[in-house]
Write a protein that binds this ligand. Structure first.
Ligand SMILES: *Cc1c(COP(=O)(O)O)cnc(C)c1O
Length: 302
């Protein structure tokens, strides 16, 4: 049985009207763990389980850890998740709720990841949160679902952290020989893809800052950078405040609470940052995010 589910694809009257085109939402927020990570991580965990893995070890900003913890519980295996201190209490609670062993360590994902790697032994398998072909393969299925639903997108809008979502979506489009613009959105404090594209080299940021902790990878995976060089990837940056106001707007318009990481993509549409043609179908990956509650989101506005 597949761990991820087929998510709703819904038309957004509000965002369509605002942008003078047809905006379609792929609701990854509806995955059982609240984000697309169940596609990527779910695929990896399932493959490793079939090969006899007994224990998963993962580092995560939050959502990957929740997905590993969920996968382990569904597969009756053990999970150890290492998160940095920046990971929200909500995300930490969700990981523990799934019965996983949670370790909080380090100021950022890099430190958490070093500890996670050091814990791997012969009985355990390390699950990377974004840099593994298995993950991208799992994500690509979401494009199959969109095509099967009868939608032929003219553009895609998505958020970029470590770049697994971008890599998987491009893989999915390639499966169907679709070559369309992809608007890759980051916050100003986490714009590692933007920096690499500007430099024309696979560089890393010195530091990552801001509230979109789920996007806080100092360097995107090599695959994402390389794809940005030979596909129509357009990099965009938004402010933290734009992500927060878009999360609130989306909550009102579509009754779904998402993280600032997802609000980043939504703010491209709420702020009308791209000019689309009236006939164009714009596919927005509503990547979701479980590490937020209304109180926290409200606190970000103060
Ligand atoms: C992981 C995640 C991202 C970033 O995805 P990458 O594959 O790391 O680029 C964006 N939004 C949410 C909600 C996530 O969980």
């Amino acid at each position: 049985m597949k761990l991820s589910i087929e998510t709703p694809l819904i038309h957004s009257p509000k965002l369509s009207q605002l942008n003078h085109c047809q905006v379609w939402l792929k609701m990854e927020s509806s995955q059982p763990t609240g984000s697309f990570k169940l596609r990527s991580i779910g695929r990896a965990c399932q493959m490793h389980a079939e090969e006899g893995a007994k224990h998963f070890i993962c580092s995560s900003g939050g959502n990957a850890g929740i997905a590993v913890a969920y996968a382990a519980r569904m597969l009756n295996l053990k999970a150890t998740i290492v998160v940095p201190e920046t990971t929200s209490n909500k995300a930490q609670d969700l990981i523990k709720q799934q019965g996983a062993h949670l370790i909080v360590h380090g100021a950022s994902w890099v430190e958490a990841n070093s500890l996670a790697l050091s814990l791997v032994d012969k009985d355990s398998v390390y699950i990377h949160p974004f840099d593994d072909p298995l993950l991208w393969e799992g994500v690509a299925d979401l494009i199959d679902e969109v095509i099967q639903a009868g939608l032929n997108p003219d553009a895609v809008v998505l958020s970029v952290g470590g770049g697994s979502l971008l890599s998987g979506v491009i893989q999915g489009l390639d499966r169907h020989n679709i070559n369309i613009p992809i608007y890759a959105v980051e916050t100003e404090g986490t714009a590692s893809l933007n920096a690499a594209m500007q430099a024309g080299k696979h560089i890393a940021l010195e530091e990552v800052t801001g509230i979109a902790t789920t996007l806080a990878a100092k360097q995107v995976c090599k695959e994402a950078f390389e794809l940005s060089q030979n596909h129509q990837v357009h990099s965009l940056k938004v402010t933290d405040q734009e992500t927060v106001s878009s999360c609130f707007a989306f909550l009102d318009d579509h009754r779904t609470l998402v993280e600032p990481a997802c609000g980043a993509s939504l703010s491209i549409l709420y702020q009308q940052k791209i000019q689309f043609e009236p006939h164009e179908n714009v596919l927005v990956i509503v990547c979701g995010g479980a590490g937020i509650n209304l109180k926290q989101l409200t606190a970000y506005t103060q």
